[in-house]
Design a protein around this ligand. Structure first.
Ligand code: PLP
Length: 440
């Protein structure tokens, strides 16, 4: 039997074969239409089959598709780097292009370690992180990931980088509320730094809004500021993993902008190529690049296809498309529209515990009982059931949660293409209503 090896290589389960995509819809070979309320994996941010992108793809293909990054650069790569520097806050001016979010977080980790080495400090090699987080599937990225389910098989190979609780207000381990809690969970970082020793720690990495592991967990108001201050006080770089949140997903270019925080290094991916090309980036500030440029001048990372001209041209076209149609500035209003409708669903279905998130990155957490917030006994099972039911109804939602041993319960992410219309959002909510009715 010949079969492409995907996530579930179970022989009796066959994925639908998608024929084509247009806007927020995917259509399979059998003619079944799916409303892509997950943008695949929070990736297809401008929807499917956009002709502007296809044209840019063709134009670049006619010129050159590949040059090797240690021999040449290309116009698309240089223009993309310039555009990212212009669109991101502060002096996040140095883009290192790679092909996936995992490579981006690995690269960010390596740049952070190298930053200290170039300054003559060789002990700072750990990159601390939080539980209920996901930074990628390669071993360095997985070491930073507080995703128990995805770590499980490889624990002997991983570093114990997740050390603190996430800002998961719905299930606060202190049973406090922000801001009265004074961000106790952020202050866990300070305690961890004291325990481990700042001289061992290169950086701290966090997703501004927790995606796959948590289901769009947005932090309370000053949380990220407190985190950044702790990092500064202890001479630790702050890496914001914006692989899921970057490129307008939450209503600003970077999600960090909502909380007026500028990281030392930021990682981008997913929406960067919007599914039209595998491309991601680690973007470093001038401060971080200074000792590297004054020292070895070489970032010790990279892959054969890094800064691929074809991928860079596509990412550039995606950014131009976002600008041309002023897409990011509409995200907040669309997110509010969707959230209000999800809250109406919450009144109808008692198993909807929490609705959260930012912009068009929204999460729904499911519980046995809303008052007690009791999670379903076997975590992830309910999530999968809901994802499957939704698919049967023609709706794609994204499963979230850090696995059966995770501290959080069952959740899904609703993150449609940012280009979705109000009419399509109503259709999305209608299909979700059908899904929840079938689940009841
Ligand atoms: N970082 C975050 C926040 C993510 O959500 C993901 C993927 O879900 C990654 C990193 C890894 O990206 P990729 O799957 O492209 O390797």
């Amino acid at each position: 039997m010949q079969r492409s090896f995907l996530i579930k290589p179970i022989l009796d389960e066959v994925y639908p074969v998608i024929d084509y995509g247009k806007g927020v819809y995917l259509v399979d070979l059998a003619g079944q239409k799916y409303l892509d309320a997950a943008s695949g994996a929070v990736t297809a941010n401008i929807g499917h089959g956009v002709s502007d992108i296809i044209e840019a793809m063709n134009e670049q293909a006619k010129k050159v598709s590949f040059v090797y990054r240690s021999q040449f650069t290309s116009e698309p790569a240089e223009n993309l780097a310039k555009k990212i520097a212009n669109l991101t806050p502060g002096d996040l001016n140095w883009s290192f292009f790679v092909n996936s979010g995992s490579e981006a977080t690995e690269t960010a980790m390596k740049i952070a370690i190298q930053y200290w080495q170039e300054k003559g400090i060789h002990t700072k090699v750990k990159v601390l992180s939080r539980w209920v987080s996901y930074h990628g599937i390669t071993l360095g990225a997985l070491s930073m990931s507080g995703h128990t389910g995805r770590r499980a098989r490889f624990v002997p190979l991983l570093e114990d980088f997740p050390v603190i609780n996430p800002p998961y207000c719905y299930r606060c381990p202190y049973q406090l509320e922000a801001p009265a809690c004074q961000y106790a969970c952020a202050h866990e970082l300070e305690a961890a730094i004291r325990r481990i020793g700042a001289d061992q720690i290169a950086a701290f990495i966090a997703e501004p809004v927790i995606g796959a592991a948590g289901g769009a967990i947005s932090p309370p108001k000053d949380y990220l500021k407190v985190i950044q201050k702790i990092c500064e006080d202890h001479d630790i770089l702050f890496i914001a993993d914006e692989v899921m949140t970057g490129f307008g997903r939450t209503g600003t270019m970077l999600a960090c902008e909502h909380w007026e925080v500028i990281p030392d290094i930021v990682t981008l991916g997913k929406g960067m190529g919007a599914g039209y090309a595998p491309i991601a980036a680690a973007v470093a500030s001038e401060r971080v690049m200074e000792p590297i440029l004054a020292g070895s001048k070489l970032v010790m990372s990279g892959h054969t296809l890094s800064a691929n001209p074809q991928s860079c041209a596509i990412a550039l076209a995606v950014l131009e498309y976002l600008e041309k149609y002023k897409i990011i500035s509409q995200v907040e209003a669309k997110g509010d529209f969707l959230r209000q409708r999800l809250e109406k669903l919450q009144n109808q279905f008692s198993f909807i515990g929490d609705i959260r998130g930012k912009g068009l990155l929204l999460g729904i957490e499911f519980v046995v009982d809303r008052t007690s917030k009791t999670p379903f006994p076997r975590k992830a099972v309910v999530t999968q059931k809901l994802v499957d039911l939704a698919k049967e109804k023609g709706l794609i939602v994204y499963p979230a949660g850090s696995g059966i041993d995770g501290v959080n319960g069952d959740a899904i992410i609703i993150a449609p293409p940012l280009t979705i219309t109000e009419k399509e959002l109503d259709e999305l909510v209608g299909l979700l209503h059908e899904t929840f009715t079938a689940f009841q």
